[in-house]
Design a protein around this ligand. Structure first.
Ligand SMILES: [Zn+2]
Ligand SMILES: [Zn+2]
Length: 358
């Protein structure tokens, strides 16, 4: 039930070019939902995509933003379990629901969507008035009444990704965990390590506001990136950590994570290496008998519901990550601020400029 017919979406129109484009409000396909944006944000991978990748062939514009809370505006005829007006979050990566990996619950590793040109497996256009959720029945979930937009939004991407770094490393009770870089995903990994029963949690971060946030979310100690490996060795009696999480996407941090992991320990990588097509890893003694795991953002309605439950009833309030608020019309400024890491920025809440009251 949209009251407007024009849809404005911040779109990539060339390498590093971000423009607010107007188009008609999209019509959903039979399996899709059209959502009206309530709250959106900028993610580190938006910056990578905007500045580091050429435009896909034959494409002139790509709607930006893959994290949002929305209100269901229109539903395709096959979508089940939702009604117009529902407050929902969709996962930032979407699955078909039918392939082998989707049936195993790994929708982010869908073998169908994203594998055929023209069929994307990523949510797009959340930095706009309305956006489309593909295969909506299985890729979005209703937000519980008691959960704020800020807490709910994070389940669609950074909370799911940060927690998966911990889950994929099989963090066990009492494990010592080091998390390299305390951006939004790293902070969620820090909170996740604490909630999964880690013992000593060591955060690696040089920005004071991020270091403070890491302590609030469950880190016991924060060490500077410079000399982090030596400091971590000291803190662990030279043994190294059971699990090191790389949440930055740089070769140096990956190498440091590997170097500070104990023999038979695990390095869990969730950093986005983006346009870097290779990763130089030192293969000294610190390389052998380590487990290396990587993950994408676990997705789908069941994952969202679980993260909502944790956000609603669990110990940490991750909505603290929202340090700044801006209108959607200032999304270009939000990219600039987020990219600069100025003013203690961690996550920026982008809200529609005018409530149309529908
Ligand atoms: Zn993202
Ligand atoms: Zn699939």
């Amino acid at each position: 039930m949209t009251t407007t017919t024009v849809n404005r979406t911040w779109s990539k129109t060339g390498m590093g070019k971000l423009e607010l484009l107007e188009a008609p409000v999209p019509e959903p396909g039979p399996d899709e939902a059209v959502l009206r944006t309530r709250l959106a944000t900028v993610c580190g991978s938006d910056l990578h995509f905007l500045h580091e990748f050429p435009m896909p062939r034959g494409v002139e514009q790509v709607g930006m933003g893959h994290e949002a809370v929305g209100t269901v505006a229109v539903l395709g005829e096959n979508v089940r379990g939702f009604a117009v007006g529902d407050r929902v979050v969709a996962s930032c990566v979407v699955g078909c629901g039918e392939c082998g990996n989707c049936l195993r619950g790994q929708l982010q590793a869908c073998l169908v969507l994203g594998k055929v040109p023209g069929i994307s497996n990523a949510l797009a256009g959340c930095q706009g008035d309305h956006f489309v959720v593909p295969r909506a029945t299985i890729n979005m979930a209703k937000v519980p009444e008691g959960l704020s937009d800020e807490r709910a939004l994070l389940a669609g991407d950074v909370m799911s990704t940060g927690f998966s770094a911990v889950e994929r490393a099989n963090v066990e009770t009492g494990d010592t965990v080091a998390i390299f870089a305390q951006g939004p995903v790293g902070l969620c990994a820090t909170a996740g390590a604490r909630m999964h029963g880690a013992g000593l949690v060591i955060a690696v971060e040089g920005v004071p506001e991020r270091a403070e946030m890491a302590m609030r979310l469950g880190a016991n100690v924060v060490v500077e990136p410079e000399g982090a490996v030596a400091r971590i060795r000291e803190l662990t009696g030279k043994r190294g950590v059971d699990v090191a999480i790389e949440a930055l996407g740089r070769a140096e941090t990956f190498a440091a994570a590997l170097e500070c992991t104990r023999l038979d320990g695990t390095v869990s990588s969730v950093g986005v290496y983006a346009a870097h097509r290779s990763l130089d890893v030192p293969v000294g003694l610190g390389f052998y008998q380590r487990k290396i795991v990587t993950s994408l953002c676990p997705s789908g309605s069941d994952r969202l519901r679980r993260l909502f439950a944790l956000a609603e009833h669990g110990p940490a309030d991750l909505s603290q990550l929202f340090t700044h608020r801006m209108p959607l019309s200032a999304t270009d400024e939000a990219y600039e601020l987020f990219g600069s890491r100025r003013d203690g920025v961690i996550k920026i809440a982008l809200t529609p400029d005018v409530e149309d009251g529908s």
